[in-house]
Ligand binder design. Structure first.
Ligand SMILES: Cc1ncc(C[n+]2csc(CCOP(=O)(O)OP(=O)(O)O)c2C)c(N)n1
Ligand SMILES: [Mg+2]
Length: 597
């Protein structure tokens, strides 16, 4: 058949079952977008207010649904605005199909409007290259079928991630011959099994371990490997801790749940990993976030702890810690083989009778005690810990919590129980503020029957909160809770605790009169078409959230939150390498004495 390039793309996306295209239009993609006009009912094109928002929406949609979404933007600024969103998906190994407009093939290099033209014409792909698995910039229509099938292959196979199609405007509009490719005929499918010898060695190590610990990363969620992971934990009595991305791998009320480890981690998480004799790490990168910046003996002590590491990407094996056994493979396939191996070796341990189990329960009790004062206080402005308690109480067990960065995200990581995979959505590797609201819009579209809640700070909201206009247009039943403390308080807390109380700079928002400045966030949400409430008393927060959950459209709750230490801060148990300037004397010396390198 004869189709335009735009029609070929629309047709292939529909054949792949893509439901949503998040788009911002411009002259660079109008011919492409027009191809979707005649396919209404088969695929939905939705607006975003900013291209970063579009990318976070597509990413959030995938994280909640496991289905790929498309981002379609214009050329130049429309394309460059996507970079943070694409980088976020790339860091967390999330597939995302970015389609941008490019200069007409016959005008490339002339420096036309919005062309990134130096040192090479049509050069946007090289800006995005470090954060995509692959990119295409076709110059002929006959390249389209292979480009489209290869794009889905690259996105979905092996370690998933985003890809870019940068489509010259003339090709979007021109007719060419097209034989629709069959989706799935160009990719393998199935699961990559681990090496049998290596799996056998892992089984022996785990069966003999006295203090085994399982560390769940995002790979467990991606591979839907929770059941196998829990089966191993129960067979050998191993506490389970996790990274930001691995949260939800095991229900928080499972008795082997050890809460998270790392610089923002918990007492049990860090104590168990620090003293383990064998750690089974699954689909996790060992970023500085969960290793306490690699300072030995805070979160990990590898060696002497023996590490079994499973990852779909061979590069991750042994990247930061030497492995006793490294296994390349799909997390679920490998864990299922380990379960089989363990069952062949013997009966499950009666782990609840062991002193090791008692030790874990003791540490979990200490953790609850550690959090208790900040969780139960009626102090106003409210603590984040108290807000998290109220939020958990008001939400169903399967609600999806979307966070991005800073204290709201870090405290949710440490304090908010997640019970199911895919109910914890967080900007893990990039940890970018501004992810929360648009990602939650995408997640609510991806999980229509489940309550999605974004929990963000005012600093985060002020970056991308205008995407609530999209939630209002769609009347999405999304709940957004903004913890408004009038500033970038997590960074202020760092400035104070590391550099001194007289060395804060720009982190409290202040007006020209020197008074603290607060954005009126509930008013802002109302102006965009959302219902909004402002809550100052923590006692009233739970009911406000219940009202928001019961509403049928988007509701924002502006919760006025603590802005001064100790109320404003989280109290983590790990260590984070935040560099201290050389002129800060004793503080610098203390920092240097602690760092791992
Ligand atoms: C895009 C981006 N810019 C800057 C940062 C650095 N950063 C981390 S936390 C933070 C403060 C965030 O403020 P807010 O969302 O209000 O949360 P609070 O710390 O006040 O609770 C900043 C600026 C970041 N993580 N992401
Ligand atoms: Mg703030």
């Amino acid at each position: 058949m004869r189709l335009t390039g735009g029609q070929m793309i629309a047709d292939y996306l529909i054949s792949e079952g893509v439901e949503y295209v998040f788009a911002v239009p411009g002259h660079g993609n109008t011919a492409l977008l027009d191809a979707f006009v005649d396919r209404k009912g088969e695929i939905t094109v939705l607006p975003a207010m900013h291209e970063q928002g579009a990318a976070h929406m597509a990413d959030g949609y995938y994280r909640a649904s496991g289905k790929v979404a498309v981002v379609c933007t214009s050329i130049g600024p429309g394309a460059t605005n996507t970079l943070t969103g694409v980088a976020t998906a790339f860091a967390d190994s999330m597939p995302l199909l970015l389609i941008t407009g490019a200069v007409h093939t016959y005008m490339e290099g002339h420096g036309v409007l919005q062309e990134i033209d130096r040192p090479h014409g049509n050069n946007f792909p090289r800006m995005v290259e470090p954060v995509v698995k692959r990119w295409w910039q076709p110059s002929r229509l006959d390249q389209f079928p292979a480009m489209l099938t290869q794009a889905f292959n690259a996105m979905l196979e092996g370690r998933p991630g985003p890809v870019l199609l940068d489509i010259p405007q003339d090709l979007q509009a021109e007719l060419g011959d097209y034989t629709p490719p069959t989706p799935h005929r160009s990719r393998a499918g199935g699961r990559v099994r681990g090496d049998r010898v290596a799996v056998g060695r892992a089984v022996s190590l785990l069966a003999r371990a006295q203090r085994p610990v399982i560390l769940a990363g995002g790979g467990v969620i991606a591979a839907e490997a929770s059941d196998a992971l829990i089966a191993i934990a129960e067979h050998i009595g191993a506490p389970v801790t996790h990274s930001f991305m691995g949260k939800g791998s095991i229900p928080a009320d499972h008795d082997l749940y050890a809460w998270p480890c790392g610089d923002m981690g918990s007492i049990p998480g860090n104590a168990m990993t620090r003293t383990a004799d064998v750690i089974l790490a699954v689909g996790c990168r060992f970023s500085d976030r969960i290793t306490s910046s690699y300072r030995a003996g805070v979160t990990f002590d590898i060696p002497p702890t023996k590490l079994i590491q499973i990852d779909i990407d061979p590069f991750e094996i042994g990247r930061s810690y030497p492995v006793e056994v490294g296994i390349v493979g799909d997390a679920r396939a490998v864990l299922e083989d380990i379960v089989t191996g363990l069952r062949e070796q013997g009966e499950p341990t009666d782990y609840r009778r062991s002193p090791y189990y008692a030790e874990l329960q003791g540490l979990k009790g200490q953790w609850e005690e550690h959090l208790e004062p900040m969780r139960t206080t009626d102090y106003r402005p409210m603590t984040n810990s108290r807000a998290l308690v109220e939020l958990r109480d008001a939400l169903p067990r399967d609600a999806i919590l979307v966070t991005d960065s800073s204290n709201p995200a870090n405290q949710a990581f440490n304090e908010f129980p997640s019970y199911e995979p895919k109910t914890n959505i967080v900007a893990g590797g990039m940890s970018g503020i501004g992810f929360g609201v648009p990602a939650a819009i995408g997640a609510q579209l991806g999980a229509p029957g489940t309550q999605v809640v974004a929990l963000v700070g005012d600093g985060s909201f002020l970056q991308t909160g205008t995407e609530l206009a999209v939630a209002a247009m769609l009347n999405l039943p999304l709940v957004v809770v903004v913890l408004n403390n009038g500033g970038w308080e997590a960074i202020k807390d760092l400035q104070i605790s590391l550099f001194g109380s007289d060395r804060t700079l720009i982190t409290d928002f202040r007006g020209h009169d020197g008074e603290k400045y607060f954005a009126q966030i509930a008013d802002l949400a109302r102006s965009l078409g959302c219902t909004a409430e402002r809550v100052e008393d923590p006692v009233e927060l739970g009911d406000a959230i219940r009202r928001a959950v019961a509403a049928d459209g988007p509701v924002l709750i502006e919760a006025i939150s603590a802005r001064e230490l100790p109320w404003s801060a989280m109290h983590p148990t790990g260590w984070w390498d935040i560099t201290v300037p050389a002129y800060l004397g004793d503080t610098r010396a203390d920092y240097v004495s602690k760092r791992g390198f």
